[in-house]
Ligand binder design. Structure first.
Ligand code: PMV
Length: 317
């Protein structure tokens, strides 16, 4: 049997992070320049039931049963087998590679889970549909993030821009006119679970103030949605920048993010903000195509570890 493979893209949150955990809407878009890939190959000489996981980037070469219970890869395999109502599988080797930086708001955990669930279910002759893949990946997100909203697994599974409101059916965001984002990585790994937890504590301590911030973030998200869907994406810059300030008020920015956001604006971006959990990870800037190189240059000079430019469009290629 030839090897099978599945890939899943990275993602960024355009607007609505943190507020989305507390019942407000958010917009997320795939970032196809970075990908997680899972390749599976039958291993006829192996013992039935054994799945050897090879993930060179994290130095892993182990049979999945030997990993601790809460290891995301072991959990991904176990949940997939449960969903397929299978206990014993033909011996195989599962290779995982990813170009998505970890713990930086680019959805690496969700992308690895989606790629593994897809390739394993296909290998076992029972490919799962998007809804099933996304809900299994959501269970893995809980291991990574504690109390995730579900936005990462949704956008990574669908590989399309989405408008997401917890507990509601996921809506595809209409993007009649494409637009460009530059993503700047601070190079600082920041676990989302910590910032989500801190925002939760802030909300418990001062619900009126924090709810008011969430409502303003929601307003910016709605405004941006309308403008994107009516073909005017170039006008959303101010909503991005205002949301950055609101996220700072929530305590999830840091000097490095503020510095990169300012550098992008100074170089001609029409809006910029942190993206994802914050206190590190990535920021995004809305740029016209003639400003993209200037903004990338400015971000690198301001200390960005790396940059990605990506076009947001209706369908990923
Ligand atoms: O995975 P990240 O770092 O892009 O963060 C996800 C966005 C949050 O709203 C902070 C958390 C969540 O689960 O929605």
């Amino acid at each position: 049997m030839p090897a099978l493979s599945a890939s899943a893209p990275g993602k960024i949150i355009l607007l609505g992070e943190h507020a989305v955990v507390h019942g407000r809407p958010a917009i997320a878009v795939p970032v196809t320049q970075v990908q997680a890939k899972a390749i599976i190959q039958a291993n006829p000489s192996g013992e039935r039931g054994s799945i050897q996981i090879v993930a060179p980037a994290i130095g892993l070469d182990a049979e999945y049963h030997t990993l601790e219970d809460q290891h995301p890869l072991r959990a991904t395999i176990q949940l997939t087998l449960q969903a397929l109502q299978l206990t014993r599988v033909p011996a195989c080797t599962l290779r995982i590679t990813s170009t998505i930086p970890v713990a930086s708001g680019l959805g690496s955990g969700a992308a690895v889970a989606v790629a593994v669930i897809r390739v394993l279910s296909t290998f076992l002759g029972k490919p799962l549909n998007d809804q099933q893949v996304s809900s299994l990946a959501f269970e893995i997100e809980k291991i990574h993030h504690g109390t995730p909203s579900g936005i990462d697994n949704s956008v990574v599974t669908l590989n399309k821009p989405i408008y997401f409101l917890r507990g509601h059916p996921i809506e595809t965001l209409q993007v009649p006119r494409r637009f460009m984002l530059v993503i700047g990585n601070t190079g600082i790994a920041s676990p989302t679970s910590l910032t989500v937890q801190d925002v939760h504590v802030a909300w418990q301590e001062n619900p009126n103030r924090v709810d008011a911030i969430f409502d303003e973030i929601a307003h910016n998200t709605q405004q941006a949605r309308t403008r994107i869907e009516t073909g005017d994406p170039d006008s959303i810059g101010p909503f991005l920048s205002r949301t950055h300030h609101l996220l700072s008020e929530l305590g999830v920015s840091c000097n490095e993010l503020d510095y990169l956001v300012q550098a992008a604006l100074n170089a001609g971006a029409s809006g910029a903000k942190l993206s994802g959990g914050g206190r590190g990870g990535n920021m995004i800037a809305l740029v016209s195509s003639d400003k993209a190189n200037l903004v990338i240059q400015a971000l690198l000079e301001a200390g960005a570890a790396s940059t990605i430019s990506t076009i947001v469009r209706q369908h990923s290629t």
